[in-house]
Design a protein. Structure first.
Length: 568
């Protein structure tokens, strides 16, 4: 500040300038101004987050710093950056008003505090649904009480419905029941349940299921095929499963059924099979295992160490067959599942396997023995002398001691009969030494197969034997009307002849002959009519041929049905 003094001395004037600032420039002192905070209110939807920026100005152009003071009324989480940017996420399902307090500082004054106001708009929340305890197989026509939990945070009433054809939902008060459709054949489908709150919110549940026909005793279920049709009936029955373990048996049988037809050689004729699982209650859980001092009272006396071979698992065949016959009188083959996780199995008049993790592959291997008549192709020279007395040339489709290629039973599969693969790892059908437990003197058709190595491909020769056994059991055609053979028929009247293919129209073809002359107009027809114009006895033949490529042998690839008609 500058003060000016005026003096008068001897008629003269004198000016003195006194400065309190040491000679600085003149003018009023500037005062620093606090920051000014802009409007701080935002809106967002329930269960959504928002990223915004708080605004503030400073007349002195000072750098501003933002910081949180309190989030007590935020009803959520706030992350505030020093530049005013923030992210806010409300608590789950919260709607209404919320706020948080922040302050802005310019570094010169006490920071300015202000609240940020937030408005959270309500949004309809979808209901939630939890379904438990639903088995992988559902009985045809049965009703199940659903173990389902329905919740809605908005308090809306929730309804449950099924959007799939295999089952419908019935509501009785607070109890939800599943009414399964009635089926004649095993039917795979997806159960789809929808929970609806009436305001557009939905929750869904999906599960792949199998609806199974039930036999007349109530203990048997069909996992594959139609029990009313003539197919090959394979029954899977358990040993060592207590009363409360029957679903465990069914689940294991279903796992096997799914694995069995993954092989192209076996899967080609899937429609020729009926697979059934049969409940069987044992007094105790488990089977005998002498090596581990385990003794159990099981229904079929299942035990390891059969014939002093530790992993050979056997049962009382007579008991098994008698039990199965009561429930499935038309059974063709039986597969017994032992309730043990120990690796093992056997193949003879029936096949066995266990609950080991490799169970489905073991079961298919053992069926290779019991069903397809195949021999083991692996080498075990220590055990070879035990099995040697049971060998006979020509008894097994996949083993031979013959080295003359022109006499080998699978020669119809040779690409070049004069030069076939013989060395391990070579591709194609040939003559590979090492089979039937013997490293020398016994031969197999392929370098490897499922009869040599667990999980290896079935292979062409074994696949042909499998398909041939199927046709030898059920034939290529059924429901033959009139019965094949001699037929007496009135002269001058039409006569219908029909048959049903045992596998299917994509796997089999039909050709008809009348008196030795092919009738192309009847190709692939399952029913034909011979006209009344015929005045003499005639012969009608239907040839059914397998066209899957699994069969090549000329006598196995086709079957004939012939009627010798005598006109009266």
């Amino acid at each position: 500040m500058v003060v000016i003094l005026r003096y008068s001395v001897l008629g003269a004037s004198l000016l003195l300038a006194l400065s309190g600032c040491g000679g600085g420039s003149g003018g009023a002192e500037k005062v620093n101004q606090p920051p000014v905070v802009g409007a701080s209110s935002f809106s967002l939807n329930e269960d959504e987050s928002t990223s915004q920026r708080l605004q503030a100005t400073d007349a002195d152009q000072d750098a501003l710093t933002f910081s949180l003071v309190s989030t007590a009324a935020a009803h959520g989480t706030v992350e505030l950056q020093s530049n005013g940017s923030f992210t806010y996420k409300p608590d789950a399902n919260y709607h209404g008003s919320a706020s948080f307090t922040f302050k802005v500082s310019d570094g010169h004054h006490t920071a300015v505090e202000q609240s940020c106001q937030l408005t959270i708009t309500p949004v309809n929340d979808a209901p939630t649904m939890q379904v438990s305890g639903l088995p992988a197989t559902l009985d045809s026509g049965a009703t199940y009480t659903l173990q389902v939990q329905l919740n809605d945070v908005d308090g809306d009433a929730v309804t449950l419905r099924s959007t799939s054809a295999i089952a419908a939902v019935q509501t009785d008060g607070t109890t939800q029941r599943l009414q399964v459709q009635t089926v004649a054949a095993a039917t795979a489908g997806q159960l789809r349940l929808v929970a609806d709150d009436g305001h557009g919110g939905q929750a869904s549940f999906q599960k792949d299921l199998l609806v199974t026909p039930i036999n007349n005793t109530g203990l048997g279920r069909t996992l594959q095929g139609n029990p009313s049709l003539r197919k090959l009936n394979l029954v899977i029955v358990g040993d060592g499963f207590a009363a409360d373990e029957q679903q465990k048996l069914r689940d294991a049988a279903l796992k096997f059924a799914k694995e069995m037809f993954t092989s192209p050689e076996i899967g080609a004729h899937q429609l020729g099979w009926n697979l059934h699982v049969l409940d069987a209650i044992s007094p105790e859980s488990g089977v005998d295992d002498p090596a581990n001092n385990i003794s159990r009272n099981s229904l079929f006396d299942g035990h390891f160490n059969c014939s002093n071979i530790d992993r050979l698992f056997c049962v009382d065949d007579a008991k098994v067959f008698a039990y199965v016959a009561k429930h499935f009188p038309n059974y063709d083959y039986v597969l017994v599942l032992g309730n043990s996780t120990k690796y093992g199995g056997a193949g003879g008049s029936l096949a066995t396997f266990t609950m080991n993790e490799a169970a489905p592959l073991v079961a298919i291997h053992e069926l290779g023995h019991a069903f397809a008549g195949l021999a083991d192709e692996y080498v075990d020279d220590a055990s070879a002398p035990f099995y040697l007395p049971y060998y006979c040339e020509g008894c097994y489709p996949n083993v031979t001691r013959e080295t003359d290629l022109s006499k080998v039973s699978w020669r119809h599969w040779f690409v070049d009969p004069n030069q076939v693969p013989t060395q391990p790892g070579q591709a194609g059908v040939g003559l590979f030494e090492g089979s039937y437990y013997h490293s020398k003197g016994f031969y197999r058709p392929l370098s490897d197969s499922f009869m040599r190595t667990l999980g290896a491909p079935v292979g062409s020769i074994n696949g042909e034997a499998w398909a041939d056994s199927l046709y030898q059991t059920i034939g290529m055609a059924t429901d033959i009307t009139p019965a094949a053979g001699t037929v007496n028929h009135p002269k001058g009247q039409d006569q219908q002849y029909r048959l049903m293919l045992t596998v299917g129209v994509t796997q089999q073809q039909i050709r008809w002959w009348l008196n030795g002359q092919v009738q192309p107009q009847w190709d692939n027809q399952s029913q034909v009519t011979v006209g009344a114009a015929l005045q003499t006895n005639y012969q009608l033949t239907a040839e059914i041929r397998d066209v899957t490529g699994v069969l090549r042998h000329p006598t196995k690839i086709k079957q004939e049905v012939t009627w010798h008609v005598q006109l009266q």
